[in-house]
Design a protein around this ligand. Structure first.
Ligand code: SAM
Length: 319
């Protein structure tokens, strides 16, 4: 699909470039904020799975840039934004970047170190694996990312803080809801207008972090396993027996973003331009600096330049 026809087919893709966002995902976070006011009283944030960085841009514009103008002392009240991703990201003002895997304990330690002494008010996670199309598998891998995010949450988030995480809606959604409810009394699943209806993604908006009394971070996975077992966390309405029949849970689900606004599944005509000129599509705000497909393109080019099979094999092994 050409850039201009994508501009027409995907209004949020076009708007992102016009407003200087690196990805259309920025609108998802902005629309979640419209509904849940997630930035109220927030100074310190962790952005998990942040590349190419549109959520970090939102955080920088909302939290860092306004505070930069004031001369507040550098203490726990000073804005701190730490962004992590497997992929490298081009710099964003006021955002500390860490390249690493959030499921790896060492990455978690690096993040935690940045919050030494002060805790975060908000953790956001827009992580998504490379989708295989095998729905059960994709949902499982996605839930592992959320649980890795929750592990980081239990170390860095202050009591009363918020956690926003991308989820894939599927048959285990109720289980995930119950697991999150162990730590957050208010959990809502939200679907921003900018997230296509055809996509199974939604966002868990978890408010008022309150870990169970006597909670030990090391026991996180043992505690999560208890959810759904008859002897497990009895104070949860979804814990007695399994999630069927009368035990079924109804998950609060909200559409967010101005409902009279753009529909992400619709095509919109391109803006009209002066007579005699044609619409000029904008370039992406920040092209990826090390996309996974870069190597494939190099190999393709080398192959069309007549490199022998063994040389190509050596190139792909080196990568
Ligand atoms: N929120 C981002 C933005 O606004 O630009 C978009 C995030 S993109 C949908 C999903 C990201 O998750 C990818 O950049 C991918 O590299 C990252 N990711 C997936 N698994 C990860 C992992 N285990 N650790 C760190 N990042 C991961």
């Amino acid at each position: 699909m050409g850039k201009a026809s994508r501009d027409k087919r995907d209004i949020y893709y076009r708007k992102a470039k016009e407003e200087g966002w690196r990805a259309r995902s920025a609108f998802k976070l902005l629309q979640i904020d419209e509904e849940f006011n997630i930035f109220e009283g927030v100074k310190r944030v962790v952005d998990l799975c942040a590349a190419p960085g549109s959520w970090s841009q939102v955080l920088s514009r909302k939290l860092y840039l306004p505070a930069k103008l004031s001369s507040e002392p550098r203490d726990c009240d000073h804005p701190l934004i730490v962004a992590i991703d497997l992929q490298p990201m081009a710099p964003i003002e006021g955002v500390i970047q860490v390249q690493g895997d959030i499921t790896n304990a060492r990455t978690a330690e690096v993040v935690i170190k940045h919050f030494d002494g002060c805790k975060a008010d908000l953790v956001v996670c827009d992580g998504a694996p490379d989708v295989t199309g095998l729905h059960d598998m994709d949902e499982f891998v996605q839930s592992q990312l959320i649980l890795a995010g929750l592990t980081i949450v239990t170390h860095v988030l202050r009591e009363g803080g918020k956690f926003i995480a991308k989820i894939f809606r599927g048959k285990d959604t109720s289980l995930l809801y119950c697991q999150l409810k162990l730590f957050f009394p208010v959990v809502t699943f939200a679907k921003p207008k900018s997230s296509r209806n055809s996509s199974i993604e939604a966002f868990a908006v978890c408010e008022n972090y309150s870990p169970p009394e006597g909670f030990n971070e090391k026991d996180l996975y043992r505690l999560l396993e208890k959810v759904g077992s008859p002897s497990g966390a009895d104070d949860l309405d979804c814990s007695s027996g399994w999630l069927e029949g009368p035990n079924k849970v109804y998950i609060p689900f909200l559409a967010c973003g101005d409902l009279s606004g753009y529909d992400s599944d619709r095509s919109y005509p391109l803006p009209t331009v002066a007579e005699g000129t044609s619409y000029q599509s904008l370039d992406p705000v920040q092209p990826p600096i090390a996309p996974p497909y870069k190597r494939a393109l190099e190999l393709k080019k080398a192959s069309s330049n007549g490199l022998r099979e063994q040389e190509l094999e050596k190139l792909s092994l080196d990568s």
